[in-house]
Design a binder for this molecule. Structure first.
Ligand SMILES: CC(C)(COP(=O)(O)OP(=O)(O)OC[C@H]1O[C@@H](n2cnc3c(N)ncnc32)[C@H](O)[C@@H]1OP(=O)(O)O)[C@@H](O)C(=O)NCCC(=O)NCCS
Length: 179
């Protein structure tokens, strides 16, 4: 059985990917979220998700400071332009994308795809078998992105995002590296 990768090592792996394959957008820097990033995260989240679906301050505080999640941030100067929150499940041998968003002024420039490729790479590197997430059925930009990267629908989530707002569970089976 493979050893779980420590949270610190996971974060270093994400940063290493950024330095090796930086997104094609000038002046970006990548960091792991800390509590001091909460205002920037909440600001971006407020413009990306409706208030019922947004995690909000208390959940983000928990995710950053106490949970096993790793939240990767992309900044351009002082502006947070994208975030990705990943939760590895050793029991299920999978990597869950808990949150993903790109700043409205930086959309359709490849950042969403870059963050998804990072997730796929990390799942493979950490020897997890699958990458999975939930998405609103009506969120066509996100669904198209996920389908383009090979994720497939693995389940229906009735009323998951509110009454008559159905969700989909999507999954990508990770092909292990050949040793
Ligand atoms: C979904 C989201 C992350 C996509 O990020 P992005 O940086 O704009 O995506 P990219 O530029 O990397 O696009 C990659 C692919 O996604 C698809 N896509 C992106 N935006 C799209 C749009 N508005 N309509 C249709 N397809 C779209 C396309 O297939 C695109 O490939 P192409 O460039 O070859 O056409 C972004 O729209 C977002 O942050 N939305 C709000 C938050 C959200 O919905 N998060 C997902 C929750 S599950």
């Amino acid at each position: 059985m493979t050893q779980p990768v420590s949270q610190r090592q996971r974060e270093l792996d994400a940063l290493a990917w950024f330095f090796k394959y930086p997104p094609h957008i000038p002046d970006l820097h990548c960091k792991v979220a800390e509590l001091s990033d909460l205002p920037a995260l909440l600001h971006l989240e407020r413009y990306c998700f409706n208030p019922y679906l947004a995690f909000g301050r208390r959940r983000w505080r928990y995710l950053i400071s106490k949970s096993s999640c790793s939240t990767i941030l992309l900044f351009q100067q002082e502006t947070l332009v994208a975030y990705l929150c990943l939760l590895p499940h050793q029991g299920w041998c999978g990597l869950e994308i808990r949150a993903l968003a790109v700043h409205w002024l930086h959309r359709q420039k490849g950042l969403g795809r870059w963050l998804m490729r990072l997730s796929q790479h990390l799942a493979r590197q950490w020897q997890l078998r699958a990458l999975y997430l939930s998405v609103d059925c009506e969120n066509m930009p996100a669904r198209t992105l996920y389908e383009q990267l090979g994720l497939q629908i693995s389940g229906q989530l009735a009323d998951y995002y509110g009454l008559d707002r159905h969700g989909l569970r999507m999954r990508f089976n990770v092909v292990p590296h050949i040793q």
